[in-house]
Design a protein around this ligand. Sequence first.
Ligand code: ADP
Length: 400
Amino acid sequence: MNVLVINAGSSSLKYQLLNMENESVMASGLVERIGDAKGVLTHKKMNGADEEKTVIERAIPNHKEGLHLVVDLITDPEKGVIKDKKEIYAIGHRVVQGGEQFNTSIRIDESIKQAIRDNNPLAPLHNPANLVGIEVAEELFPGTPNVAVFDTEFHQTMPPKAFLYGLPYEYYKELRIRRYGFHGTSHKYVAKKAASVIGKKLEDVNVITVHLGNGCSMAAVKKGKCIDTSMGMTPLAGVMMGTRSGDFDPAIIPYLVKHKGMNVHDLDDVFNKKSGLKGICGLNDMRDIHAKVEQGDEMARLALDMFVYRVKKYIGAYTAALGTLDIVAFTAGIGENDDIARKEICEDMEGLGILFDADKNKGRFASPQAIHKDGSKVQVWVIPTNEELQIAQDTVSTLS
Ligand code: ADP
């Protein structure tokens, strides 16, 4: 049973074809610069652990053309991985914003597309692009079921005390202003995996999932249900990120308008693209920041300290929210690869029951790895995320 996972952006289309009998990746790739004079398709065919790469550079005028090229590659008589596109059982689509309508993945029909469209105002950069991906897949794969898997669905179990803001209640009712949270497929996958690696059921443990990539978010998962998460109505809130601010005092907004003459567009641009690690030290890639810290750069050190401190505070807050904590699970680019950040976050947390093991922590991990000392009340793990697999699993379970 093969499932194609599609993550469509405004000018890109990421895809992965998985064989769900053994949950292995058959092929994956990325179509970029759709609509530009020169588009790029980077396709990888898996041959066991090896990958065979094909790069196509040419104008790719729209998403349909992009997906057409992908279908040609995966069904190519010599280089392909399947003979016919009919061998694809279903297509799973990442959809960023499901609002309050969707607390689970769902098979797509006209009414579901309309519901996704209704959420466009909440995710104007993402949902319209996700819809394009869905419509193109419907055209190119007639008769094949499409399933929407929402970034927000895992967080829909949050209670009102966690998802509401201290704003006039009618803003929630009229404008749907509330915390939705994002990276849901990653938090779900990692929480499940964390429970399974310690031999427990997800329903029997409390987990804090720490997704640290370019975008960073954390979730408090109590007996399998998300009770709080750090991102908000948009993916700007929470911990500090590569270029996004994370939490700050909202009164700074009118202050900037008054003193810097900034408008809505300027503010959006600064908070999303010029803040976070980049806003402090000019760099947003954690590897570059470590290199600068090594050279004694004080601003890079400050940016790293701020990043670490905020993640630490959220671990404390979510421990309180959960009541008891069993596992902290690190994931994504920084969470899986950055032993310095993990060490600085987890050190001096004995009071919370975390006995961190700096030796076990050393290195980058492509499979689950415990990084706590024997006897630590709270276990700390690195759990590599797999959002595509989670989307494929949800696609299969939605259809069965
Ligand atoms: P995205 O959120 O775009 O999916 P990723 O999960 O790939 O991003 O994470 C990107 C981040 O991971 C970058 O800040 C990058 O510096 C960091 N990263 C990747 N590899 C390493 C590494 N070896 N050491 C430290 N940080 C790393």
